[in-house]
Design a protein around this ligand. Structure first.
Ligand SMILES: *Cc1c(COP(=O)(O)O)cnc(C)c1O
Length: 357
């Protein structure tokens, strides 16, 4: 059995749109095949032309960075697009389902609902919010086509152990995809699942340039997966997902200077994260700080609304995650620059239980 057989039958048989750029990928001296304007654009000379559908240089750089082959990379408009494509490709409306492990990133369930797929919740277990492979597998009825694992998890910050990922992927071979969202992997000390793609044809890894790489505004993300999955999703994807300026911005990120900057920023943020943790530990009004492998800390407060209000009064916005199960007293605080983190600590220090000045 091929992992393609898990996809919707109508998607397996899909006749994709053949764009001008995919039909003639090589630039000729005279390009008269795409009804583009023949004049270079004033703001950027390449803007009059459609971009490469899957820019080869960027696929190669990202593949090299992630330790996979270029044909295992599907680039898109942020990892959000990959999540949406996975749902469209593998889940039939009204029939199929996905498994998510709350509290977790909301887009898996949003894309599933939009596609008309059932969302089966298998909550992260215990005070440490660990995924429970046994419970996940028990929830995987034949309708389940995708299991989403987020590692490090947003908003709890902990990583999913690689052996748990592999155990679930093995057990679901020929039954469902296992997608590991590694949006924060650059901040983690745990290994990526990308190195395991060749061992598991039903495994996929989501990556993004939105966090550690500092390119949230460029909207560049990727699904790393085996070629059959990549090719299948390419066939249902919009013809030109990445704008020319985004491709160029992403390419500069992978130049030596861009990589150096990324690593330097990650080092600072990880150091600041641990500094913030120490400063908040045992501070008045702080109940608990969840362990974090990401660029944020999730913190439980005695008076969470008062703390959030107080921070807002001082122009500091943090993420209210009190609607998540098990986090009714928590805020998710992104790690900022050392100066921004100092301001945060100053306001919190002056906010004893959210009441005093
Ligand atoms: C921020 C984040 C993303 C990134 O999404 P993009 O569309 O690539 O910006 C993906 N997954 C999780 C869990 C995130 O927190």
């Amino acid at each position: 059995m091929s992992v393609r057989d898990l996809a919707r039958p109508e998607v397996r048989a899909f006749q994709p749109y053949v764009s001008a750029r995919s039909e003639s990928p090589v630039a000729a001296a005279v390009m008269l095949n795409a009804n583009e304007s023949p004049w270079p654009h004033a703001w950027h000379p390449a803007l009059n032309r459609y971009p490469e559908p899957q820019p080869r240089a960027l696929c190669e750089r990202l593949a090299d960075h992630a330790g996979v082959a270029p044909d295992q990379v599907l680039l898109g408009r942020g990892s959000d697009e990959a999540i949406d494509l996975l749902l469209r490709g593998f889940c039939r409306p009204g029939l199929d389902a996905v498994v998510v492990c709350p509290p977790t990133f909301g887009m898996y369930a949003v894309s599933a609902r939009l596609q008309g797929a059932d969302v089966i919740e298998v909550p992260l277990a215990g005070a440490r919010f660990e995924p429970d492979p046994k419970a996940i597998l028990a929830a995987c009825s034949p309708a389940v086509k995708i299991v989403f694992l987020c590692s490090p998890n947003n908003p709890t910050g902990n990583s999913v152990p690689l052996d748990a990922v592999e155990h679930v992927a093995d057990a679901l071979r020929d039954r469902a995809l296992v997608i590991v969202d590694e949006a924060y992997v650059e901040f983690a000390s745990t290994p990526s699942a990308a190195g395991r793609l060749t061992q598991h044809d039903n495994l996929g890894v989501l990556r993004t340039l939105s966090k550690a790489w500092g390119l949230a505004g460029a909207r560049v993300g990727a699904l790393l997966a085996n070629r059959e999955i990549v090719d299948l999703l390419r066939s249902i994807m919009a013809p030109y997902p990445l704008p020319v300026p985004s491709i160029e911005a992403a390419l500069t990120a992978f130049e030596p200077e861009g990589r150096r900057r990324m690593r330097e920023h990650v080092d600072i943020l990880v150091e600041e994260r641990e500094h913030l943790r120490k400063a908040l530990q045992g501070a008045p009004g702080v109940r608990e700080i969840l362990p974090s492998q990401a660029n944020f800390l999730t913190v439980r407060f005695e008076a969470v609304d008062a703390v959030r209000g107080r921070l807002a009064d001082h122009g500091i916005v943090v993420r209210d995650i009190t609607r998540y199960p098990g986090l009714a007293d928590a805020l998710r605080i992104s790690i900022g620059t050392p100066e921004q983190n100092r301001r945060l600590l100053d306001v919190l220090a002056a906010t004893r239980n959210g009441s005093a000045a």
